[in-house]
Design a binder for this molecule. Structure first.
Ligand code: ATP
Length: 361
């Protein structure tokens, strides 16, 4: 497996995105003091999951985010990716594996494997047993080499063992020995318990016999209870059937009553309608009667008036007849007078003619 590339943005002194390609063989990074060479190894250690900020030469987690300079404002995010050419060392089905860690100034941090979000635990698992974990000896920081060279032989041996990957096996051995010791202790405890149990076996056997008897009796008792229950259930079922029959009868009767009540109600309604009609007709008859009575009264009054007028017209007739007689008499007189007068006129006329003739002569 080979580390192919490192990409960093906002990490410590790298305000701009940097990409470092690692070719086959040895790569040496050179530069003046303070130019950021150690920041690159810090970046590698950080991506691999370093949690102790002191190991990255900082005091607070945000110390690894670009803090700004005279020319540039601080950034709010730091992101570093390591891209590996995976020859099967890493337990994933990808030829190229990109591991990314991101930190926001708010303190929130994120991990990705091939751009898929994951947990820190997944990163640890990915590099477990590869010798390049954050706690492995594959990354040796500044001054560390001097410490190693000046250290005691036994400490140096630890360093070599860690570098050679032996520590991991020693740790596993320690764990296994501990498990073995625990298992032996457990075994002893089990033996103690077994001894204790053996002393209790006789009373337990007595108890077991009693329990067996109890179970047999209890079974018998349960059987009796079941039989009793079955009988009473049968009785209840018969009673229920009889009650249901009675109930059906009562229901039928109720239905008959209901029909009769409905019929009676219909008849009552029809009769009420008839009564109403009769009352209406009586009312109309009474009104007609009243009208006839009033007409009769009016006719009676008219007859009375006619009778009175008849009486009056008898007297009038006599008066008129008398008047007519008078008038006839007057007429006769008048005719006579007219006759007399026309005689008189004729006489006068004759006399006038005579006078005229006498005058002419
Ligand atoms: P030397 O050769 O002396 O060991 P170096 O090349 O290894 O130096 P580093 O120690 O990697 O240099 O880098 C230190 C530089 O990184 C310093 O100039 C420091 O100001 C800068 N630096 C560290 N943290 C940050 C940060 N959070 N923001 C900006 N710059 C930072």
């Amino acid at each position: 497996m080979q580390l192919k590339r490192l990409e960093a943005y906002g990490f410590k002194s790298f305000a701009d995105k940097i990409t470092i390609e690692f070719d086959h063989g040895i790569t040496a990074i050179v530069g003046p003091n303070g130019s950021g060479k150690s920041n690159i190894t810090d970046a590698v250690r950080w991506v691999l999951g370093e949690q102790n900020i002191r190991n990255l030469r900082g005091t607070r987690s945000e110390d690894i985010i670009f803090a700004g300079s005279a020319q540039r404002r601080p950034l709010n995010i730091a992101e570093v990716s390591l891209i590996f050419d995976n020859d099967g060392t890493l337990p994933v089905d990808f030829r190229e594996v990109a591991v990314t860690r991101r930190l926001y100034r708010s303190g929130e941090s994120e991990y990705f494997i091939n751009r898929s979000r994951c947990r820190l635990k997944d990163i640890y698992q990915l590099f477990a047993d590869t010798g390049i974990g954050h706690d492995g000896m594959s990354i040796i920081g500044q001054n560390r080499m001097e410490d190693i060279l000046n250290s005691r032989p036994e400490d140096r041996r630890v360093f070599f063992e860690e570098t050679a990957g032996i520590t991991k096996f020693r740790d596993r051995k320690r764990e296994t020995v501990k498990k073995l010791t625990d298992t032996e202790a457990n075994l002893l405890r089990v033996q103690d318990i077994m001894q204790e149990i053996e002393t209790q076996l006789e009373p337990l056997a007595r108890h077991a016999e009693k329990t067996r008897q109890y179970n047999a009796l209890h079974q018998e008792y349960q059987k009796c209870k079941l039989t009793k229950f079955a009988r009473s259930a049968r009785r209840e079922a018969d009673r229920k059937a009889a009650n249901e029959e009675k109930l059906q009868k009562v229901r039928d009767e109720a239905l008959g009553f209901e029909t009769a009540v409905k019929r009676a109600a219909a008849e009552r309604e029809a009769m009420q309608k008839e009564i109403l009609e009769l009352e209406q007709r009586m009312k109309t008859g009474a009104e007609a009667n009243e009208s006839l009575r009033q007409k009769l009264e009016a006719a009676n009054r008219e007859i009375a008036a006619l009778e009175e007028r008849q009486g009056q017209s008898g007297a009038e007739k006599a008066r008129i007849e008398a008047r007519r007689a008078e008038l006839q008499e007057a007429l006769v007189q008048s005719v006579r007078e007219i006759g007399r007068l026309s005689g008189e006129a004729a006489e006068k006329k004759r006399k006038l003619t005579e006078a005229d003739a006498h005058a002419a002569g």
